[in-house]
Design a protein around this ligand. Structure first.
Ligand SMILES: [Zn+2]
Length: 298
């Protein structure tokens, strides 16, 4: 059997991961010049692009790039006793591969995550998922959960779209959220068709997103920029579910629980992604929320 250089490199990376005893981040995909001339190839950014950084922060005040976020979060949690060996990472972010960008920053530190999330970032694994996750926290260990919806921003500042690796079309991000927003808009302006098939198991997550966004019709209709407001409305909706799940299961977490919530901001393949933190709470071993750590992330 003849192995390509890429396959051999993959084997070497896997071997290294086993030796380290902790899984590394998922391999990041990219095309080797096989895409059309217009497509972008995923390359890790060399550094912060100051003009684009300013553009993101003008649209999302409070946003920090993912690298900076991970450095601050990991440092703060280290002071609490969180280490790569005693911490389980749990996430609730969208199914979209772009949502892995944020996860991977933390998977690099804490190892493979427990996935609680589904479309638009809602924690569809629910109470049962949380119960299983909390049982997997190392003995006398900690849990870091990260949750939130995501939104794209193009290089020239269009919100709700993003350039993707290997794809010429600059398309919607988050697709699930935007589909739900269109559904809601049709209900708000009275153009929606009567749908006799309200829920179906073959698309039940999107059905739920469309239901969970319903209270925000006026808020989105009045927003200066509907696409900018959309992830914040979804975040507020997700908080209701997240709090319900945490309040039911928080006492089962062993030593301590950190809950990081916010908006994930996806950007083109050659710039850093960002995160706007909206919540960073610390719960002690009895399940009591004892510290708001959000100010330390700003
Ligand atoms: Zn999405």
């Amino acid at each position: 059997m003849k192995l390509s250089v890429a396959t051999l490199a993959l084997f070497a990376a896997v071997a290294e991961a086993f030796q380290a005893g902790k899984p590394t981040a998922r391999a990041r995909t990219g095309l080797n010049g096989e895409g059309s001339a217009e497509t972008l190839v995923k390359t890790p950014p060399a550094g912060v692009d100051p003009a684009f950084d300013a553009l993101v922060k003008a649209n999302f005040p409070g946003a920090v790039n993912n690298k900076e976020l991970a450095t601050r979060v990991v440092g703060l949690l280290e002071e609490k006793g969180f280490t790569p060996e005693n911490t389980l990472l749990a996430t609730s972010v969208c199914a979209d591969e772009l949502a892995r960008e944020l996860e991977d920053e933390f998977v690099d530190v804490y190892g493979t995550n427990f996935n609680l999330g589904g479309l638009s970032g809602f924690p569809f694994a629910g109470n049962t998922g949380w119960g299983a996750m909390s049982a997997h926290v190392p003995d006398n260990g900690y849990c870091l959960t990260i949750h939130g919806p995501h939104v794209g921003i193009t290089k020239d500042g269009v919100i709700g779209k993003v350039e993707r690796s290997g794809i010429a079309l600059v398309d919607s991000c988050c697709g699930s959220a935007i589909a739900a927003s269109r559904y809601l808009q049709a209900i708000t302006d009275g153009s929606a068709n009567i749908n006799p098939k309200i829920q179906s198991f073959s698309d039940f997550q999107q059905g739920a997103v469309q239901e969970l966004i319903l209270p925000f019709g006026q808020r989105l209709a009045r927003a200066e920029n509907r696409m900018r407001e959309l992830p914040y409305a979804l975040y507020d909706s997700q908080e209701v579910m997240v709090n319900d799940i945490i309040n039911t299961g928080k006492a089962k977490i062993k030593k301590g629980l950190a809950v990081l919530g916010g908006i994930q901001i996806n950007t083109s393949p050659d710039t850093f992604d960002y995160f706007h933190p909206l919540r960073f709470d610390y719960y002690d071993e009895n399940g009591n929320m004892v510290e708001n750590m959000l100010p330390y992330l700003r």
